[in-house]
Design a protein around this ligand. Structure first.
Ligand code: PEP
Ligand code: MN
Length: 338
């Protein structure tokens, strides 16, 4: 429920109404704005009816949020959320953010060489998996703690944030200690215990859409994180399973403007996993920005032929540099910058 206060309502009026909401067993939210203060009440809305807030002299309107997601919805917060990855790299504003790096951290030289190359081309944050959720148990599973240490080192030395996937609750503290932001992978989008735990952190979370999840499911997964108090969530479209087999996944770009319309959270797109085909990454990266994405997550490897994971979809550093040049022209036409 959204309760819009009258223009002349004071902080004391807001506090009194927040007290009523809390007393009714609902979660109160205080959202002061430049024009008006908006209050929220989360929980069983039938209880709220008994408070008759619509007849309170300081209340202008009371409106139910019809969508199943609440905190992530634009109805609750009309203004875009900006998520700071650290070092002034903000996702969600006018400036588009490109996060690039290898699928997995394989060693110091591989990571540093790749990160130096993507940074020189204009990437402002790094990616690299230390814990890899692999389809086969015999595939490379990641360097784990050693990978986290290398990510922290590259982040410090090159002065750019580094994001990495956290696959289970037991690893949250370690990832939090070393990385600038958490990535929740497609396979874990509905690991609700993990989402709740990340909600207790204040570090940004890049939440990837599950490969069999609806865009609405992604918003409800994000709601778990916000409901625990962490508002620093970035949504990521990374492709879904369809009957199409020509590509690894089908990158659902419809979801980008849909998510932007329904939610105030920033949206980034991962065309690497979204296509699974190196030569399709650049065209779909451009398409993603054209339809309103706030950023991109792109796999680049110094030597894709020798990559321990996802080499087939990783860009060569020169390919990435060419793409960044093309994106610079595109974003200008879109009224944004890179
Ligand atoms: C990744 O980013 O390397 C990854 C495993 O992504 P996803 O969870 O989208 O498959
Ligand atoms: Mn990958």
């Amino acid at each position: 429920m959204i309760i819009v206060l009258r223009r002349e309502a004071t902080k004391a009026d807001a506090d009194r109404i927040l007290g009523l909401i809390e007393g009714a067993g609902l979660k109160p939210l205080y959202m002061p704005g430049s024009e008006r203060t908006v209050l929220g009440a989360l929980g069983d809305e039938r209880v709220l009816g008994k408070l008759h807030l619509e007849s309170d002299p300081h209340v202008e309107s009371v409106k139910a949020i019809l969508a199943p997601y609440k905190l992530v919805s634009r109805e609750m917060q009309p203004a875009d959320t900006l998520v700071d990855l650290g070092g002034g790299v903000v996702v969600g504003g006018q400036r588009v953010v490109v996060i690039a790096g290898p699928c997995a951290v394989e060693g110091r030289e591989q990571l540093f060489e790749t990160c130096r190359a993507v940074q020189a081309a204009g990437a402002r944050a790094f990616r690299g998996g230390a814990y890899k959720p692999r389809t086969s148990p015999y595939s490379f599973q990641g360097l784990e703690l050693e990978g986290l240490r290398l990510l922290e080192e590259v982040s410090r030395e090159l002065a750019a944030p580094a994001i990495t996937e956290v696959v289970e609750v037991a690893d949250v503290d370690a990832v939090e200690a070393h990385a600038s932001a958490f990535q929740v992978g497609a396979r874990n989008m509905q690991n609700f215990r993990l989402l709740r735990r990340l909600g207790q952190s204040r570090k940004p979370v890049i939440l990837k859409r599950g490969m069999a999840a609806k865009a609405e499911d992604l918003l409800l997964a994000a709601e778990y994180i916000l409901a625990e108090g962490n508002g620093n969530v970035i949504l990521c479209e990374r492709g879904i399973k369809t009957f199409e087999t020509a590509t690894r996944n089908t990158l659902d770009l419809n979801a980008v403007p849909w998510l932007k319309a329904k939610s105030h959270l920033p949206v980034v797109v991962d065309p690497s996993h979204g296509t699974g085909v190196r030569d399709l990454v650049a065209p779909m990266a451009k398409a993603a920005l054209a339809c309103g994405a706030d950023g991109l997550l792109i796999e680049v490897h110094r030597d894709p032929a020798c990559a321990w994971s996802d080499g087939f979809q990783s860009l060569y550093p020169q390919q990435f540099a060419r793409l960044m040049g093309e994106l610079r022209v595109l974003v200008e036409a879109l009224g944004r910058s890179l």
